[in-house]
Each structure stands twice: as structure tokens, then as C-alpha cells.
Design a protein around this ligand. Structure first.
Ligand SMILES: Cc1cc2nc3c(=O)[nH]c(=O)nc-3n(C[C@H](O)[C@H](O)[C@H](O)COP(=O)(O)O)c2cc1C
Length: 136
């Protein structure tokens, strides 16, 4: 079975509709290698000025500190790259995704890695994957 990345972001662990949905979907991938990120229980940090500076510095020019600043982002992005299916639990909080989920998106949206800028606007580079949004 194809590798699956399961993302949860509901602050609730009890009675969460999106957690129930992502769990049920993941069950349908029995035998798949499943990586689970629980962004509510183990939040990823918001990106910072030093993160942005490091990200826009070409990899070969980055200092050791800049590489360290991007280490978690690299790990999160590697999980996305390795997955063929990505299941994302998306609760609506105040008409928007939870901040915990947005922080993850900011960490994996990397120009030159997961998307690139073109004359026609941004273009995704992680093709051939299936993403399932489990919204409530
Ligand atoms: C802090 C908070 C803000 C919410 N804001 C909205 C909202 O703007 N619109 C909406 O339709 N539901 C809103 N809801 C309801 C949730 O979307 C709903 O409870 C959903 O089931 C949350 O996902 P979960 O069950 O996985 O926790 C809100 C719930 C919470 C806890």
C-alpha cells in the first residue's frame, strides 16, 4: 500500500469529528506505512524572521544556524514528499483553519521545494499525490 501521511489539527481529542474522519480514512489504508502528525498535541512553531531569511538563502550559502532553523521544516516537508496520500483533518475555527494547521502549511510551503513561482503564478511541484481534506 502507498505511504500515507495523516495530519490532525483539532484541539479536541474527545468527540472530534475531524479526528474520527482521518482515523476512519487511515483505516482504509491497512498495511500502508502511516505517518501521523498531531499538530494540536505537538504543535509545530510559527515561522519567524530567521526562518524566512534562511528559507530564502540558497541551500549552499546557508550557515549552520540557518540549516538548523529549517531542520523541522525539512523533516515536515520530507514527510509530505514521501507520502502518496495525505489526509488532513481540517476543523473550521472562526471561519478559517486552526492556527496549528496554518503553521504546518507555512512550514511545508517552500519555494523551489514544494512549489515554484512562474510567470503565470505559483505552481505546485509535489505532483502525483492524493490529498484528502476531512473538514468539519
Ligand atoms: C474555537 C472554535 C471556533 C469555531 N468556529 C467555527 C466557525 O467559524 N464556523 C463553523 O461553521 N464552525 C465553527 N466551529 C465549530 C467547529 O468547526 C466544529 O465543532 C467542528 O466539528 C470542529 O472540528 P472537530 O470536531 O474535529 O474538533 C468552531 C469551533 C471552535 C471550537
Amino acid at each position: 500500500m502507498t505511504p500515507l501521511l495523516r495530519i490532525d489539527s483539532s484541539a479536541r481529542t474527545q468527540g472530534s469529528v475531524t479526528r474520527d474522519l482521518t482515523a476512519r480514512i487511515a483505516k482504509g489504508y491497512a498495511g500502508a506505512k502511516i505517518t501521523h502528525r498531531d499538530l494540536a498535541q505537538t504543535p509545530v512553531p510559527q515561522i519567524t524572521e530567521s526562518w524566512v531569511t534562511a528559507n530564502f538563502t540558497p541551500p549552499e550559502d546557508r550557515t549552520t544556524a540557518q540549516a538548523e532553523t529549517l531542520a523541522l521544516s525539512d523533516e515536515l516537508l520530507a514527510e509530505v514528499e514521501a507520502a502518496e496520500t495525505i489526509v488532513i483533518g481540517l476543523p473550521v475555527y472562526n471561519f478559517a483553519p486552526p492556527a496549528a494547521l496554518k503553521a504546518w502549511v507555512d512550514n511545508v510551503a517552500r519555494a523551489g521545494r514544494s512549489f515554484r513561482y512562474t510567470a503565470n503564478g505559483p505552481e505546485g511541484l509535489l505532483t502525483g499525490k492524493r490529498a484528502v481534506l476531512a473538514m468539519a
